[in-house]
Design a protein around this ligand. Structure first.
Ligand code: F6R
Length: 249
């Protein structure tokens, strides 16, 4: 595990986008797991810049988003389809044939979850998974209590998570389809970005407590290739001992 601490959220996000660019340069056909949320907006802003300038290739990667709300149409501004369209997909070539997001409007949701999981396998598994973290320690929408071996499935959102959802005036979604923790753990590389004071406790719990479903992100402690990128605020509750492991890069 490598922990990288940057001075502020923009620097942390740029670092993450640059890491993704390096993976893409090494392997233009990269299979990427993507995340949404406020933390990721500056990552996509930097990635757009990278793609515009041709610093990394954007024509051949395949992507799978972590999650989508259930019963929220793709055209709704709060949907993750709409988020990805405006943050990344409308800026790249042919996203419709190679960028996959679970369909939260599917008639048969468990079948959709199973098909999504199968599609990841069909493409050879995830080379890299980008992750944020919820204030309650969730990754994807795997809420506290989710078994570490969970697969892509339909989940109930906790009140904590619902309170943090933005983009909805009313009728915030109650459920989502999310990649499971087991699915995420099979990604060959994981890259987790956390910024801001509101993530400091979750970051500390993820790193300093024994791995337990009470903090889903703590499953990552045993991931073979994990990079955690933090800003000063998100790292503010880590102790000196934990800081000793930090890569000076
Ligand atoms: C989003 C996702 C979530 C978010 C997390 C943090 O696809 O899977 O786990 O990464 O809820 O969201 P923000 O960045 O909005 O605080």
């Amino acid at each position: 595990m490598r922990i990288i601490i940057k001075d502020n959220a923009d620097e942390a996000a740029n670092f993450v986008a640059n890491q993704i660019a390096l993976y893409l340069i090494a392997r233009p056909t990269l299979v990427m797991g993507l995340a949404t949320g406020e933390t990721m907006r500056p990552v996509y802003a930097r990635l757009r810049q990278i793609f515009r300038s041709g610093e990394a290739p954007s024509m051949e990667f395949i992507s799978f988003n972590l999650d989508e709300f259930i019963s929220v149409p793709k055209s709704h501004p709060g949907s993750f389809h709409a988020y990805m369209e405006s943050e990344l997909f409308r800026h790249i070539h042919e996203p419709r044939v190679r960028c996959f997001i679970p369909d939260g409007m599917a008639n048969d949701l468990p079948a959709e979850a199973g098909a999504f999981e199968a599609k990841i396998k069909h493409h050879g598994g995830l080379d890299i998974q980008l992750l944020g973290i919820g204030g309650n320690g969730h990754i994807g929408f795997n809420e506290p209590g989710t078994p570490f071996e969970s697969r892509t499935s339909v989940v109930e959102l906790s009140q904590h998570t619902r309170d943090a959802i933005i983009g909805f005036e009313a009728n915030r979604p109650h459920r989502a389809i999310t990649m499971g923790i087991g699915t995420i753990m099979e990604a060959r590389h994981c890259l987790l970005l956390a910024t801001g004071e509101a993530k400091a406790t979750a970051v500390k719990t993820m790193l300093s407590q024994p791995a337990s479903p009470t903090c889903p992100a703590s499953a990552l402690q045993s991931h073979a290739d994990l990079m955690i990128v933090l800003d000063r605020k998100a790292s503010s509750r880590l102790t000196d001992l934990q800081l000793l492991d930090i890569d000076p890069f």
